[in-house]
Write a protein that binds this ligand. Structure first.
Ligand code: GDP
Ligand code: IMO
Ligand code: MG
Length: 414
């Protein structure tokens, strides 16, 4: 689970944890995600495909809670195949995952343009409109592509979208986009379409460990994020129940992933955001540019009020701290431990997070030394251990994995 505003390093963590599992499943989101992995001198970015795809003998499932854009997915598959990865034998689709139509992307762009100043900063991948059609009970599902009247059902939904686009004053030429989309659909028909809720429960019952890979982050959750500056799915642990068909009683470890500082891409509140040289430094050292859109990520100090909120919402049992190395050169490091609000101080994440939400910081001494080559907890400098232990005490959960670089090997497991 991502505990912040996304891009915490979930892709890397899933890749590192996969040897403990035989199944990796995504349960929400779609091509708005960009999960980076690096190993053996190679780098990859995954959007729709689970991050277990590089490990042999691991089944990867596109869960029912996801929204799938055939165009971007097929490009992703071809990219992996070109790099020698056998995707077809390892990737299964839930028949109940929903489809992103070309018109969903157009609607995303139209809705954002109509919002003007208050735009969300969506990745414009059609996520919001696709989930709106799902909950509005209009959508097409992966399983529908096998139906004889799929084209007819598609045309009906497309025409409705074209009408809506007209209301936004958007003109749309379907023929520009449809050919590629249908070619992609044809390609996807070769894959295994399964009742993934049965498959996953069968694995669990047989004692086969399953890893669920979150996308986005808790503060982008449709219910608990900084609404309306959120994504359109349940990004918290509850999404695993609805997005894979796993009962709450069957959930085991919950890995909560966070950066040693904080970032956000797109619009919306961010109490610990830094607009100064320090923010710029974090962005440059942390290479904080979006993996999907290339946009600059906004940067700031670690917000423990928000982190503890996320730990609570997900029921996190183990914390995983990423990008610790980015703070190598700082004399002092700040963490927000409270918010100063117009009506007093609080350590609870408020209903309305806005300019009036002033973080109250605790200043800790930086380690001011390179930790990239550290591979054992014992070898970290004392100031670093103090930083980690402060976070553990505040959140009430141990930090079990620490990442000190983008590569698979740059990982310390306690
Ligand atoms: P995700 O969306 O949660 O999978 O995260 P992203 O892949 O979008 O963003 C994380 C970025 O940080 C990627 O560019 C990773 O290669 C990189 N990264 C991951 N872990 C570390 C780390 O410990 N240190 C550094 N410097 N970079 C990291
Ligand atoms: P991963 O899985 C960071 C942000 C967008 C925008 C808001 C809504 O890589 O962590 P959407 O396209 O869902 O309508 O955008 O959410 N956003 C992300 N930010 N990482 C992501 O995914 C994101 N997915 C969406 O920037 O602010
Ligand atoms: Mg990302």
């Amino acid at each position: 689970m991502g505990l912040q505003w996304g891009d915490e390093g979930k892709g890397k963590v899933v890749d590192v944890l996969t040897p403990r599992y035989r199944v990796v499943a995504r349960f929400q989101g779609g091509p708005n995600a960009g999960h980076s992995l690096r190993f053996d001198g190679k780098s990859f970015i995954l959007s729709t495909i689970p991050s277990g795809i590089f490990r042999n003998g691991v089944i990867n499932i596109i869960g029912n809670g996801m929204v799938v854009d055939p165009n971007t997915l097929v490009k992703e598959i071809h990219g992996l195949e070109a790099a020698g990865v056998d995707v077809m034998s390892k990737l299964y689709f839930s028949k109940k995952a929903h489809l992103i139509l070309p018109t969903h992307r157009a609607l995303d762009a139209a809705a954002e343009a109509a919002k003007g100043e208050t735009k969300i900063g969506s990745t414009l991948k059609g996520i919001g409109p696709a989930y709106m059609d799902k909950t509005g009970r209009n959508a097409l599902r992966m399983g529908d592509i096998l139906a004889h009247d799929f084209k007819h059902r598609y045309a009906r939904l497309r025409d409705k979208h074209i009408h809506l686009l007209g209301c936004y004053g958007f003109e749309y030429e379907p023929h520009k986009h449809e050919k590629e989309w249908f070619e992609a659909i044809d390609y996807l028909r070769k894959f295994a379409f399964i009742d993934s809720e049965y498959a996953i429960n069968d694995y669990i019952d047989e004692g086969i460990p399953v890893l669920a890979e979150g996308a986005q982050g808790t503060l982008l959750d449709i219910d608990f994020g900084t609404y309306p500056y959120v994504t359109s799915s349940t990004t918290t642990c509850a999404g695993v129940c609805t997005g894979l068909g796993v009962a709450p009683t069957k959930i085991g470890n919950v890995y909560g992933i966070f950066k040693a500082y904080a970032t956000r891409v797109g619009g919306g509140p961010f109490p610990t955001e830094l607009f100064d040289e320090t923010g710029k430094r974090l962005r440059e050292i942390g290479k904080e540019f979006g993996s999907v859109t290339g946009r600059e990520r906004r940067c700031g100090w670690l917000d423990l009020v928000a982190l503890r909120y996320a730990v609570m919402l997900n029921g996190v049992t183990e914390l995983i701290m990423m990008k610790a190395d980015v703070l190598n050169g700082f004399d002092t490091i700040k963490v927000a431990v409270d918010y100063d609000l117009p009506d007093g101080q609080t350590n609870r994440f408020p209903y309305e997070v806005d300019g009036g939400t002033k973080p109250v910081y605790r200043e800790l001494k930086g380690w001011n030394t390179d930790i990239c080559n550290v591979r054992r907890w014992e070898d970290f400098p004392a100031e670093f251990k103090t930083y980690v232990e402060f976070i553990e005490r505040y959140c009430g959960v141990p930090v079990m994995i620490i990442s000190v670089g983008p590569d698979r090997e740059e990982t310390i497991i306690r």
